[in-house]
Design a protein around this ligand. Structure first.
Ligand code: MG
Length: 453
């Protein structure tokens, strides 16, 4: 739908329910609590949401990277929307032997993620979890109690089950037991469920799913090792209606299919963490030997794949400006509200647009088209938003009471059945019908009276 709106009057915002705990404009401030719907993950505004970020290496072998500074750097310089604490469970050094040591590393990463307003996977990182079900339940009960009220936290209950384990008789019963234990404490945060052969058989899960809400299933792949047949498996699982979450992917061999895999995730709105933040001499490592464990990495500290992955992460979500919400332009009514002054975190003087041709050198990069407007004293108008999207304005009223909403609209499409829905503080208060005006710069007034603000 193309709709040109030059000005209309509405009041304060929808969303930002969790903004008080997340820094303004951070991923969690923008998206809030995640949930599943069909094969998609939605945010609290019911927008399809896909996150990108980095996985740490096994906690027991790379504990020096499990620090707040490293997370801060992954947020500020890599623009990670999510990180993954890969808590090693087995081995001589893992959680089963040193529970408090390994758990503390998870706390450090989760606390830093919450501070930064990003999402975080708490990953039970092992292959044989069916034999450690009681340990996993005790661990996730503790995590749910400590963090279940934070929208940041996502539980990944079984990193990579071995190929020899049966989904329906071994992996599903384990998953159901852990899910049930978490849900007794935390009713809603996402839980990601592993599947056979290092998370390459999600179709088996789709055919015999775990009971519960906000459950997603794991897909892992390595570029250079896995190709079209695994993408086909993932597509089949999605088509059967389960959501997938790429809690781990990396490079292992040729990078010829790197773009193919990344496009696959983008096209299917899959969230992902790349493996891994580590300096080990192997294909997947993002860092060269000598890179600091506290961030501050220069380009020469990054491996070739690390540098490419950083670029993918930075480009993953349109990145609004980082102006704090307190600095948003608040408009006073009664008065004029310029459509292009919607809240996107950008300074009032900066308009971004993906389409560079119309905008006089000012570009917003959030997917909303701003264009030069020919209406009287207009400056710019909003030229395009997609179906289901909205514009949000911060307003203050001099006086509560009854207001008229007057919109300037231009449309060369037949929009007789269309309307502008007015939502104030999350509640739909009015629907303003609009009509074809005869051109994309042919402006007419449409109005609705007696809206209580
Ligand atoms: Mg919760």
């Amino acid at each position: 739908m193309k709709l040109i709106i030059f000005l209309f009057i509405l009041s304060t915002s929808i969303g930002y329910i969790n903004a008080q705990t997340a820094p303004a404009n951070s991923p969690v401030a923008r998206h809030g609590a995640l949930k599943t719907q069909g094969n998609k993950i939605l945010d609290e505004h019911n927008k399809i949401t896909s996150l990108a970020g980095m996985s740490f290496f096994w906690s027991q072998w790379s504990g020096e990277y499990y620090n707040e500074s490293c997370v801060n750097w992954l947020v500020s310089d890599w623009e990670c929307g999510i990180v993954r604490a890969a808590m090693g469970v087995e081995s001589d050094l893992g959680y089963l032997k040193f529970p408090s040591v390994e758990k503390q590393k998870v706390f450090t990463i989760v606390d830093a993620a919450i501070k930064n307003g990003i999402y975080v996977l708490i990953d039970w990182h092992e292959e044989n979890a069916i034999y450690h079900q009681n340990d996993a339940i005790a661990f996730f009960k503790e995590m749910a109690t400590k963090y279940g009220n934070y929208p940041n936290v996502i539980y990944e209950i079984y990193n990579e089950p071995l190929d020899s384990y049966n989904w329906s008789t071994q992996l599903k019963p384990y998953s159901q037991a852990v899910v049930n234990a978490i849900r007794k404490i935390d009713p809603d945060n996402l839980i990601i469920i592993g599947n056979r052969n290092w998370d390459q058989h999600p179709v088996e899960c789709a055919l015999d799913p775990v009971s519960g809400t906000n459950l997603s299933y794991t897909l892992h792949f390595y570029v250079g090792t896995h190709g079209q047949s695994l993408r086909d498996e993932a597509s089949a699982a999605l088509n059967l209606g389960i959501p997938l979450f790429v809690t781990e992917w990396g490079l292992w061999g040729s990078d010829a299919e790197l773009d193919t895999w990344v496009s696959f995730m983008r096209n299917n709105h899959l969230s992902w963490c790349n493996w891994d933040i580590n300096t080990k001499a192997e294909y997947s490592s993002a860092l060269n030997p000598g890179a600091s464990s506290t961030g501050g990495w220069s380009q020469s500290n990054l491996t070739s794949i690390g540098s490419k992955v950083r670029d993918y992460i930075i480009g993953w979500e349109p990145n609004p400006c980082t102006t704090p919400r307190s600095a948003y332009k608040t408009m006073t009514i009664p008065g004029l509200i310029e459509a292009e002054n919607y809240d996107n975190g950008c300074p009032d003087s900066v308009y971004f647009d993906a389409d560079a041709t119309n905008q006089g050198g000012k570009y917003r990069n959030d997917g909303v088209d701003i264009e030069t407007c020919t209406d009287t004293n207009a400056g710019y108008n909003v030229g395009y938003i997609a179906d289901g999207e909205w514009l949000e304005y911060s307003l203050s009223t001099r006086k509560g009471g009854t207001y008229d909403i007057i919109a300037r609209v231009a449309s060369s499409d037949n929009v007789q059945s269309k309307s502008i829905t007015i939502i104030i503080d999350g509640k739909k208060v009015a629907s303003l019908p609009i009509n074809q005006t005869g051109g994309w710069q042919t402006w007419q007034t449409f109005s609705i009276k007696n809206i209580n603000i």
